[in-house]
Design a protein. Structure first.
Length: 136
């Protein structure tokens, strides 16, 4: 996972995505069949989700709605959450969000082996995640 995280952070602007789902097992079966890729169910920091195999490139996860409804008021119909790379400047990027008319919905939090993220609204009301391997 670390090699992929380093590669994504170094070479890609979009580094991850979350697809919000109502039924995790049903969604896993759907995406496994449609994409023809392995999907693993994981539990990290008390949260259960599924990760789509990235095969050395960018990947994403399936997140049960109940995991984000309580913290962000997000429903499955809200769409995909795209993670944008801000390696080495996560805290500076958050300051810029505020300065440029955006809002912080979820402050920086660790994602285990997957780095750190913050969820923000951009100046146009789009919900995005800012991602970095380290909290800086």
């Amino acid at each position: 996972m670390t090699d992929t995280l380093n590669h994504n952070s170094r070479y890609n602007r979009a580094v991850w995505f979350d697809i919000f789902v109502n039924d995790l097992d049903r969604a896993m079966a759907f995406y496994r069949a449609v994409l023809g890729c392995a999907i693993s169910k994981e539990n990290d920091q008390g949260r259960t989700f599924a990760v789509l195999a990235g095969l050395g490139g960018n990947s994403g996860s399936l997140i049960p709605v109940r995991e984000v409804l309580a913290t962000q008021g997000v429903h499955a119909a809200a769409g995909v959450l795209l993670y944008l790379n801000v390696e080495g400047r996560l805290r500076d990027a958050l300051a810029e969000v505020r300065r440029c008319g955006g809002a912080v919905l979820e402050d920086v939090r660790p994602m285990g082996l997957h780095g750190f993220r913050a969820v923000v609204l951009d100046s146009e009301g789009n919900r995005i995640a800012l991602h970095a391997p380290q909290d800086r």
